[in-house]
Design a protein around this ligand. Structure first.
Ligand code: SF4
Length: 353
């Protein structure tokens, strides 16, 4: 393969409605609790939720390179440990068992020092100036791309897309720790496990998918903003939001990897002028900023959402907004509606097969 799409029988995709994300981190914690609790995985957060505008996780990941330019693979750089942060040690004994619970408080340490960055460091800082400050939340995980730069970059053939669902997986027996996948992924969603000398990333919860259970991030989202399903299911919400209504867009499409995680961009109130009157000519979140994240199609997507809102406010119905509201929880889950309890507290091994 050289910068070409990888043929799979079907493709699992996700849609996150950013108008409903409240930054509760339930998706991130659910993923962490199931998949990254072993040695060498302390700093790994396969799913992160960051405040936008912000520096993200890893810090300033958008400037690290990778992906495709003019159809050719570009290796960027690997994030440094201090840019990832996390994996901290806490003084649990002092606070909980040392008899100083009133005087001591939990203090994280990174290699003996105060940490200077972490996976959700700049929460709620956002952009703009009072009274026109603004921010929104952005859940991020591996996009299980149709043109996965990580797969092409691996010199050991350890990574592949699963034919049955398009999930990008790695054979940890074949991984030699070359880390070219980390450099090639423009979303910087691969971590290195120094204990086992292998790279690791979101596995799309494939052991759950195979048993009809939705991924942990989707299943545990209390805001009902995360959809999962097959992209070619023409009656399903994923296909309709991405292809029919075209309100769900990939993050940084210019990276060239053809992501399969899509986002409904955030609407926002209007800004205030200096005299405190409302400036109805523009939304508070700068359209140019949203274009820098989701590409030029974001303007049509927002226009469509605003039009549907106007329809409802004038007494009409909107199938698009009803879909996004997700009155029925199971409408978010595509064919993956089985109860998680049917497969126990944790799914079996995450190795590729
Ligand atoms: Fe590979 Fe990165 Fe795309 Fe995931 S997001 S498939 S790790 S290039």
């Amino acid at each position: 393969m050289s910068g070409s799409s990888q043929a799979t029988a079907r493709q699992v995709a996700m849609v996150f409605d950013l108008n409903k994300c409240m930054g509760c981190q339930s998706c991130a914690v659910a993923c962490k609790m199931i998949w990254t609790r072993e040695a060498g995985e302390e700093q790994q957060w396969w799913c992160t939720v960051n405040t936008q505008p912000g520096r993200g996780a890893p810090r300033d990941w958008e400037s690290m390179g990778g992906g495709y330019r003019d159809g050719r693979l570009v290796l960027g750089r690997e994030p440094a440990p201090e840019e990832i942060g996390g994996g901290w040690q806490f003084n649990f004994d002092e606070v909980f068992h040392g008899g100083r619970g009133h005087a001591a408080h939990l203090t994280p340490k990174a290699n003996g020092r105060e940490p200077e960055w972490g996976p959700n460091w700049d929460e709620d800082q956002g952009g703009g100036e009072y009274p026109n400050a603004y921010f929104f939340y952005l859940p991020r995980l591996c996009n299980h791309c149709t043109k996965p730069a990580c797969v092409e970059a691996c010199p050991n053939g350890a990574m592949r897309k699963r034919r049955e669902d398009g999930i990008v997986v790695r054979d940890e027996e074949a991984c030699r720790g070359a880390r070219d996948c980390i450099k090639a992924c423009p979303y910087k969603k691969i971590y290195f496990n120094h204990v086992r000398n292998v790279s690791q990333h979101c596995i799309g919860c494939w052991p759950r998918l195979e048993r009809g259970v939705a991924p942990a991030c989707v299943r545990n989202c209390p805001g009902r903003l995360a959809f999962v399903g097959f992209l070619d299911d023409e009656g399903g919400p994923i296909h309709r939001l991405v292809h029919e209504w075209q309100v769900a867009l990939p993050l940084h499409p210019e990276y060239g990897t053809e992501p399969n995680v899509f986002y409904v961009p955030p609407l926002s109130p209007h800004p205030l002028r200096a005299d405190r009157s409302i400036d109805e000519s523009t939304p508070r979140i700068p359209p140019a900023y949203l274009e820098s994240l989701f590409g030029p199609r974001v303007h049509d997507a927002l226009e469509r959402l605003r039009g549907e809102l106007a329809t409802v406010r004038s007494g009409g119905r909107s199938e698009l907004l009803d879909t996004l509201i997700a009155y029925e929880f199971r409408s978010l889950l595509g064919p993956f509606t089985a109860e998680p309890a049917t497969i126990g507290a944790t799914a079996p091994g995450k190795e590729a097969r």
